[in-house]
Design a protein around this ligand. Structure first.
Ligand code: NAD
Length: 313
């Protein structure tokens, strides 16, 4: 059986779907802080998915959740990068300490495999674009990015010291159905409040890669299935980018609203710690034979369409 921490969340629930599709039995550990029961409701009664409601900061609970587990997919974390500008210990606790608790429970329970949802945020403002996995030194500029880098280091330390097999995935921005945060989600909520005006944080020139949640979880499992030894590090993304101003245009187009004015708050970044441009080099991923089904703009458009129908305008 596989354990998915954060399995009731946006990406986690898509991963649960993909694992079940592979014929796996899955246990989800989630505290439902941002996860939702309805994201897993379609598995109810299937016998394939067990939900364990618990908090990763409770070490005993994490050890209990490890019973009978062969591999862990660790996705639970605070997903809101902006929160670090106001609350300074959230990423430390929900990121770094939570990852420590998972690794320690794995050691105690003799679980040998961990796959981890890291982020392009570890690169900070990288001097090389697109940024390959061996770019360094990596210097995150957000507390979130720092917690991801610390978690990666704990995983390689556990691998080196206790022999665990680690898969570290540095995600681009992930978008898709069940999204509960992020730029597309924010724009739709803003348009719902005021259909005449869309406020965009920053100057709109921020540029990032957007990968669909479907492609994200498929690529995670593809990398794991290659069965490479040693800590395995991969950028997961599409190999192109889309600007925030283009996203604003796409969301407005998909909303069907007419005459919406786009107001930029100005400045290179949306908020302190926002990296204006992230562009992952995915040569390594593509070299393994994985191909994303949607490039950034398409992933953004598909997501805008589905979130508008999920949220309603
Ligand atoms: P999400 O908020 O939907 O998922 C996180 C899940 O973890 C939620 O279900 C939440 O309830 C759960 N959780 C949080 N703290 C917990 C705790 N202490 N104990 C138990 N459960 C807890 O966010 P997501 O976008 O699906 O992100 C999943 C992972 O991918 C996160 O680690 C995130 O940092 C990473 N990631 C996401 C993106 C993105 O664009 N969405 C990009 C890079 C990395």
């Amino acid at each position: 059986m596989d354990l998915v921490t954060g399995g009731a969340g946006f990406i986690g629930s898509h991963l649960v779907d993909a694992l079940v599709e592979q014929g796996k039995e899955v246990r989800v550990m989630d505290n439902f802080s941002s996860g939702r029961e309805e994201f897993l409701a379609h598995h109810e009664g299937s016998g394939s998915v067990e939900v364990y409601r618990g908090d990763l900061l409770d070490q005993e609970a994490v050890i209990t959740a490890m019973e009978g587990i062969e591999a862990v997919h660790h996705l639970a974390a605070n997903p809101d990068i902006r929160l670090g500008t106001e609350v300074t210990d959230t990423d430390l606790r929900q990121g770094t300490v939570a990852t420590y608790n998972v690794l320690e429970a794995m050691r105690v329970s003799e679980v040998g495999r961990i796959s981890f949802a890291s982020s392009s945020a570890v690169y900070g403002e990288a001097g090389v674009m697109p940024t390959p996995e061996d770019y360094g030194p990596v210097m995150p500029i957000s507390l979130y990015g720092a917690s991801k880098l610390a978690s990666e280091a704990l995983i390689t330390a556990w691998a080196g010291t206790f022999g665990a097999q680690g898969y570290i995935h540095r995600f681009a921005n992930i978008v898709g159905p069940r999204g509960t945060h992020g730029v597309i989600f924010d724009f739709i909520h803003k348009l719902k409040r005021d259909p005449a005006r869309l406020e965009v944080l920053g100057d709109g020139n921020q540029e990032k890669s957007y990968m669909s949640a479907h492609d994200c979880v498929k690529s995670m499992l593809h990398v794991i299935d290659l069965g490479e030894e040693g800590p395995v590090l991969n950028n997961l993304g599409t190999g192109d980018t889309c600007s925030v101003s283009r996203i604003a245009e796409i969301v407005i187009e998909e909303s069907g609203l007419e005459g919406v004015s786009i107001d930029y708050t100005g400045g290179r970044r949306g908020w302190a710690g926002d990296v204006p441009k992230t562009y992952l080099d995915v040569t390594k991923l593509l070299g393994t034979g994985f191909e994303p089904t949607a490039m950034s703009e398409q992933a953004v458009r598909d997501t805008a369409r589905v979130l508008i129908s999920e949220i309603g305008l």
